[in-house]
Design a protein around this ligand. Sequence first.
Ligand code: AHR
Length: 516
Amino acid sequence: MTSFIDLDLSKGKDVISKHIYGHFVEHLGRCIYNGLWVGDDSPIPNTRGIRNDIVEALKAVKIPNLRWPGGCFADNYHWKDGIGPREDRPCMVNTDWGHVVENNHFGTHEFMDLCEQLETEPYICGNVGSGTVQEMQQWVEYLTFDGQSPMANLRKKNGKDEPWKVQFFGVGNENWGCGGHMKAETYAEKYRQYQTYVNNYSGNNILKIACGPSEADYHWTEVILRECMNETQQLKNSTHDKPIHSVWEYYRPQMWGISLHYYVRNRLKYTSATKFDESLWFEYMQRTLYMDELITNHSNVMDQYDPDKKVALVVDEWGSWYQPEPGTHPRFLFQQNTLRDALIAGVTLNIFNNHCDRVKMANIAQLINVLQALILTDGSEMLLTPTYYVFDMYKDHQDSTLIPLDLETRDYLFGDGNIPVVNASASRNQEGKVHITLCNLDPNRSEEITCNLKGENAISSVNARILTAAAMNVCNTFEQPEQIKPCNFDDIKAQENEISIVLPAKSVLAIEISFK
Ligand code: AHR
């Protein structure tokens, strides 16, 4: 059987924000310490303590934003512990992640330096769970105020005269869980209060992100939208004259986005990242596709208060979550990354692209050595995972216009279940090139695909890269670091405005099409 894709190139209107391709680093396991941060006295080549090989690899995939310091760690983090001379910084216990010693050597200055080295936007997550309003207000002042004030002066004393720019600020993390076990109504009140003091200083314009739901908690989304957007709604219906109107405008709660956390996992029975059969492949593909339903439903709830989709859904934690690798610390969440994870990344990014009218930002968890990582390290060694390569293959979608696609495909059947075999998204960049990314979820059968492109001249050239392997669980190891990586793909024919492809079983494909 053949699958069909229709693309009408005259139909694109929404832009796929580059921030959908964002990342996340937390003080967890070997993500920061013994991961990206080695300290400036390390024999591993580094720039001011940050590993050069990691920065180089990440720059190649164009990282648009980076979330820090957590995660649950953010709910325990007091930023003043992480500034000033490193030898004077207090040691604390990392209560979330293994009760290990946190020496605070990686703090605000080091994180902002990392963002500058990566040429990425910082996304800072503030502490609502155990932090104060004043602490959050002062952190923003420390980071962004260009003038005379206690916090700006402290920053200068610590060697940074000019303030930084901070575009994204999260007001809390998982406040329904590790961030305070709050009810939605309680958090909504806190959000309104805390965000008031997340000020814009010196021309900096912060986009504030509220803590959103876990998975299918639609009640949480409804309450936060209702309680934190009230004034906006009132403004719309307001009969006030201009001056009063602008006072409202200044003080009303602001919420650029609301987060959503969803991990592909079986919480009742975590399974191995590398030892799995077809039933677990199928189950994890099903769980991956569930992201589409979650986004659709949360977005529908948001539509009640925000029909114009002004508030972003920010999926700032997503990815696979398995049993930690045998022999590693159970709270360090170190897992291998196989071809199955490449499919999980490829399908999820396609889902985000296709929902780009609502999903304006996302962050895979996490960048290095934790959960669905792009990079694994072992001492001075470093390897790139299949997930890294998917981000590389999808990077052309960043800031391109989504071309909605009509997809007709067969089902992949397993046991009593069925899921669509082909998953895809498409976009067009400013030069007029079209990029299509396709996943074949069937681990056993290749799929013929005919793709029609309307609304353009004839095709002039087609290039494609594929990521696949002989088995579902192939991964890169320190012994064999290049077992799975993308290669050029030739099984593709172009004629006039049509391309035909034979998409291999269990593969991710990225196609670039140019026109005459
Ligand atoms: O990413 C690991 C953890 O998962 C984060 O710290 C937390 O926010 C989530 O529960």
